[in-house]
Design a protein around this ligand. Structure first.
Ligand SMILES: NC(=O)c1ccc[n+]([C@@H]2O[C@H](COP(=O)([O-])OP(=O)(O)OC[C@H]3O[C@@H](n4cnc5c(N)ncnc54)[C@H](OP(=O)(O)O)[C@@H]3O)[C@@H](O)[C@H]2O)c1
Length: 301
């Protein structure tokens, strides 16, 4: 792998179609912009139409001919996830890249999705699980397609508590709940990749994380925001591991990419490790089963 991989190293993406969730700001915006600059058609999957349109306009200011558009997707509402997928399928015959990027971090109080799940678990994991399932046949039918799940260093603090995944029976704590949702992202990748391997057919599944990047993600944490000037990267750089996972011919199925620097907080993409908990195939299978039950969405439907 090149030592300082950047968007200049990205292969041409002409003819490819990408969905980036949470693309109106932060890492998702930079991911969408870079893919569009490389020639891909990009659907910015956003929950807020005005914010999505503003992002499209900002991309077009830099790349006037960019084939970018907005799709309305609220990952905290399973009906919205299904509607987005239906709309996409009605208008597209291929899906080369699904970038499961959107996320919410540490709301100060327990909050629920439209379907009654804890907001971080429901949005960061279950919403993306359902979205991927709804688009699975299209992904599988598209040659050399990829799914990139965006996790976090915070997965290291996560524990899957299957007795209470939604933090209903315990005092809610935002940090551990975020960690659980980000661990779930890696376990989802693990089981998805296993299933593709077993079938010998399907997208390349890769995970990525952006280290520490100054974005709206820290909206609920004044402590994290106060550290941003000293520690954080800018979103263009935070997007590089995702872009590497999505486009590099050297990125491999099942791998996990993050920044190369100290504690993986900053730097250029490299292959990174994950905790034992994130490698636990039994937990990944259990999470898969529970996720199908909770969302009512099955991959082989
Ligand atoms: N920044 C970091 O240091 C860092 C570190 C580790 C991992 N990550 C991960 O990187 C990913 C991107 O985060 P970011 O830093 O770019 O944060 P961000 O700037 O806050 O962007 C998050 C995006 O997700 C969207 N989103 C939130 N809830 C959604 C929902 N229910 N439905 C659809 N979209 C929703 C947001 O939309 P709105 O604008 O409408 O809220 C926004 O577009 C996340 O998965 C995050 O966990 C970030």
């Amino acid at each position: 792998m090149k030592k300082k991989w950047t968007t200049a190293d990205m292969p041409n993406q002409s003819g490819r179609t990408a969905i980036v969730t949470g693309a109106n700001t932060g890492i998702g915006f930079e991911t969408a912009k870079a893919l569009a600059a490389a020639g891909a058609e990009v659907i910015l999957a956003c929950r807020n139409e005005a914010k999505g349109n503003d992002a499209v306009n900002r991309i077009r200011q830099e790349i006037p001919s960019a084939p970018v558009s907005v799709g309305i997707l609220d990952l905290s509402n399973l009906a919205s996830v299904q509607a987005f997928a239906q709309e996409f399928r009605a208008n597209h015959e291929r899906l080369d890249l699904l970038i499961n990027n959107a996320g919410v971090m540490t709301p100060p109080e327990w909050m629920a999705t439209a379907d009654g799940f804890e907001l971080q678990f429901g949005t960061n994991h279950l919403g993306h699980f359902a979205l991927t399932a709804h688009l699975w046949d299209l992904l599988t039918a598209t040659p050399r397609s990829r799914v990139v799940n965006v996790s976090s260093v915070a997965h290291k603090f996560g524990r899957m508590n299957f007795e209470d995944l939604n933090w209903k029976d315990r005092r809610y704590r935002g940090g551990p709940s975020y960690g659980q949702s980000k661990l779930a992202n890696l376990l989802f990748s693990l089981e998805l990749n296993q299933r593709v391997s077993a079938k010998g057919q399907g997208p390349v599944v890769i995970s990525a994380h952006p280290g520490w990047t100054a974005t709206d993600l820290q909206r609920y944490s004044s402590a994290a925001r106060s550290m941003n000037p000293f520690l954080a990267m800018q979103p263009w750089q935070g997007a590089l591991p995702t872009l590497y996972a999505a486009t590099s011919p050297e990125a491999e199925a099942g791998d996990y990419y993050g920044p190369h620097g100290c504690f993986e907080l900053r730097g250029y993409p490299k292959k990174v490790g994950r905790t034992q908990a994130a490698k636990d195939t039994k937990t990944a299978q259990r999470l898969w089963k529970v996720s199908e039950e909770l969302t009512g969405v099955a991959f082989d439907a």
